[in-house]
Design a protein around this ligand. Sequence first.
Ligand SMILES: NC(=O)c1ccc[n+]([C@@H]2O[C@H](COP(=O)([O-])OP(=O)(O)OC[C@H]3O[C@@H](n4cnc5c(N)ncnc54)[C@H](O)[C@@H]3O)[C@@H](O)[C@H]2O)c1
Length: 346
Amino acid sequence: MNKTRVAVNGYGVIGKRVADAVLLQPDMELVGVADVVTDWRIQSVAGRLPLFASTDRARDEMLQAGLPVAGSLEDLLQQADVVADTTPKHVAADNLPRYRQAGVKVVLQGGESHATTGHSFVAQANFESALGRNMTRVVSCNTTSIVRVLGALQNANLLAKARGVLIRRATDPWESHLGGIMNTMVPEQSIPSHQGPDAQTVLPDLDVVTIAAKAAHTQTHNHYWTIHLTRAASREEVLAALRAAPRIAFIRMADGLVALNSTVELMKDLGRPRGDMWEVAVWEDLVTVEGDEAYLTYQVFNEAIVVSETIDAIRALTKTAPDAETSMRLTDRSLGMSQDFLGSSD
Ligand SMILES: NC(=O)c1ccc[n+]([C@@H]2O[C@H](COP(=O)([O-])OP(=O)(O)OC[C@H]3O[C@@H](n4cnc5c(N)ncnc54)[C@H](O)[C@@H]3O)[C@@H](O)[C@H]2O)c1
């Protein structure tokens, strides 16, 4: 079987994780990574992965810095079937003409708009509609979690509507010295916040409203939901619907996982690369159901959750897996994903 040749443009928080995840896939080959910086962020790649320069200026600067530049972005694209563009918000959209010229398929990230690709992707919700397309956009970390959790309840015919509050991390840990907020909370300036409407780009029938705020920490996002069910249901039915969906894991206060930092620490103790958690972690013992209303809270590891989706998006565009289940099985096994970190249901 020919392996799908993947290029990663933008070796940052998401890009470096996507590159490492591609290396783990039995049906993919990482042909190289491209970026524009010359410091430790890209020096760590030297000698480990083929490194390309995304711009002419970056090429000069990389050569001056003694980095082993294998060529330009165009040279990289020539060797690739698909590019995962993980550059910062709005940079990716400007790269599209270069990708079109090279004739590669394109996976963008949530910083870009739905209109840029005309298709937004979450593997378990709409893998099939991306089959053979030229491009798609993996939705943001928050939106991915919403689609996974509300989609699970929708699939069980339990979801009437959902209203959620999102407490977001201030900035990513690696750039905490550059900005981020301290000693305050900053509400987003409009209601609904963009994540609810964004989830509707994947699941158009969702009745969802989100309100969001930024908190003064870097340790992942935390969502709180009030969910109106289609009928009175038991707590066990709601748990069963969540358990039936992939990429949702249960965590428990009773296990001492009482805060965002506890889970972050657990991922490191489990030996996960970079301490990553690709699953949405729902607090099982907090799931509460009263008549036709359910309440729940979960944690979203923003730096990692979209990595598994990006791998599946590559398979959908290249039609190298026929359906979501086949692709997700490969991805989840290769990454070591689990639905119960401390239990036996791996
Ligand atoms: N950080 C998160 O938690 C997170 C979560 C989900 C989705 N996303 C989305 O993923 C995308 C990437 O975000 P990120 O957080 O990884 O960004 P980042 O800033 O960590 O990484 C971006 C990388 O792209 C490089 N870059 C900048 N300009 C470039 C150019 N012209 N050509 C090539 N490389 C260039 C930067 O040097 C950096 O290494 C965005 O769309 C973002 O919205 C981010």
